[in-house]
Design a protein around this ligand. Sequence first.
Ligand code: 5GP
Ligand code: ZN
Length: 110
Amino acid sequence: MDEDCIFCKIFAGSIPSKKIYEDEDVIAFFDIKPMAKVHFLIVPKLHVPSLKECDASHQALLGKMLLLVPKLAEAQGLAGFKTLINTGREGGQEVFHLHIHVFGGGPAGS
Ligand code: 5GP
Ligand code: ZN
């Protein structure tokens, strides 16, 4: 838990979110600024800043997050989807708590 991290605050319940999944390791919720009709984030409860800070100790967690992508996408009615992991400021990352973006259903607002 990082006191200044938006996603840690979402797990702690101090910032509300539209949650679609939660277990002991992972949470998934809709992005506040959707870039597709369906746009959600899969986030580990462990505070890891980005993929760059991951090592072999995170292997099972990363595998679990990736395997959740098609399950949660199907539950949202998506027959196909895109995934994105922005890493580092130069990689477009804005929230420094590891997360996978999942997009589907076409562009937002179309
Ligand atoms: P990044 O650029 O770090 O890969 O993406 C961070 C994402 O988190 C952005 O798409 C942004 O809209 C989303 N986001 C930022 N703050 C919040 C929030 O408080 N709640 C939710 N649900 N999403 C957020
Ligand atoms: Zn965090």
